[in-house]
Ligand binder design. Structure first.
Ligand code: UT7
Length: 324
């Protein structure tokens, strides 16, 4: 049947790097704790001026289009997953459309926090499989350092900025297969009330509402008890054994979450590629950034069986199976 195949991958990481030692100068933390508890060694920081979410999204998009070897005018649909947009509207996808010069597209953004890329990917797949779209651009882009509270050591050390993009093209293949679910039971575990608005930033309470708040321990517990079961459910539904999957491309939030998931599925950890040590948690950008790195390093090969999984605020999560 007709489905979307990934024909191009691209990513952008801003040049400024913050190491764990840099954080030890800001909050009461140290390299040993961060490395052991999260796997993170460094993360990229936007300059907050040039590298806005929309600008980074456009840079990743251009790289993915170049990788696909197509012309931007062939793009019929742009979906950007972003929780940290640099404007309320127009949506980030329109900014990308302008930057790449692809007039007349279907454009909108998706905000489902960290799993945003997985959500956007499935929305685009639906347009390809059911609505005649031939070429779609799906992007995850985040400037999380805009919403991080640099007095909260439990969250500020985790996040980084960046963007990743895929070009999907309609072709013959197995129908897109996914699970997207959510629960509001743990809504208070991970939230950010509002975007910064400079005119009101002096009000203390308002300032607090512009920061990301997270009960990391609760999110951790929820994820390790939920995601592996959903991954197994999708494998069972597709009639595939976990051992047949070549790569589990998992949201880069914490190396311990990844290790626990690999153990639960009975899969060697080598099948879970990781770049969290270099990027930190880039929310909805983490999966396409990782896919791009895998392609560049030659570990992602045509026909590889891939399972993507992500989770985040809502709480919500998504799992996909596809053949690259
Ligand atoms: O992508 C969005 C989805 N979010 C996630 O996936 C986050 C999932 N959760 C996590 O990754 C982990 O829970 C964290 C990395 C956020 C925290 O790790 P943890 O092992 O759950 O630590 P904890 O929150 O239970 O804290 C343990 C101790 C505490 O000290 P006490 O109370 O035992 O004295 C914290 O105050 O570690 C302390 N701590 C730190 N110490 C040094 C917390 N943050 C730091 C820090 N440096 N940066």
């Amino acid at each position: 049947m007709l489905t979307g195949k990934i024909i191009g991958l691209g990513s952008y990481l801003p040049p400024k790097i913050m190491t764990n030692d840099d954080f030890a100068r800001i909050v009461d933390t140290n390299d040993d704790w961060i490395t052991e508890r999260t796997g993170i060694k460094q993360r990229h920081f936007s300059d907050g001026i040039e590298d806005t979410s929309s600008a980074m999204a456009a840079k990743a998009a251009k790289a993915a289009i170049e990788d696909a070897g197509i012309d931007a005018s062939e793009i019929e649909m742009i979906v950007v997953a972003c929780t940290t947009p640099d404007k309320l509207f127009p949506a980030m996808s329109f900014c990308v459309q302008k930057a790449i010069g692809a007039e007349g597209c279907i454009c909108f953004d998706v905000n489902s926090a960290c799993p945003g890329f997985v959500t956007a990917y499935n929305v685009a797949q639906n347009f390809i499989e059911n609505s005649g779209v031939k070429t779609a651009l799906v992007i995850g882009a985040e400037c999380l350092t805009n919403i991080v509270d640099y007095t909260d050591r439990g969250t500020c050390i985790l996040f980084g900025d960046g963007a990743g993009a895929v070009v999907l093209r309609a072709g013959e293949g197995r129908k897109n297969s996914f699970i997207l679910r959510s629960t509001t039971e743990k809504m208070e575990c991970l939230y950010c009330e509002t975007l910064k608005q400079p005119k009101r930033a002096s009000e203390e309470e308002f300032e607090k509402d512009t920061y990301l708040h997270m009960n990391g321990r609760e999110v951790f517990r929820f994820v390790v008890s939920t995601i592996p079961a959903n991954m197994q459910e999708l494998l069972d539904r597709e009639g595939i054994d976990a051992s047949e999957i070549d790569h589990f491309v998992f949201h880069q939030a914490n190396s311990r979450i990844i290790e626990s998931t690999a153990k639960k599925l009975g899969v060697p950890l080598e099948k879970f590629p990781m770049n969290i040590q270099e990027t930190g948690n880039t929310s909805s950008a983490s999966i396409p950034i990782l896919l791009t790195k895998m392609k560049k390093e030659g570990t992602l090969k045509k026909g590889d069986k891939i399972m993507m999984a992500s989770f985040g605020a809502g709480l919500n999560w998504g799992v996909n199976y596809f053949e690259y």
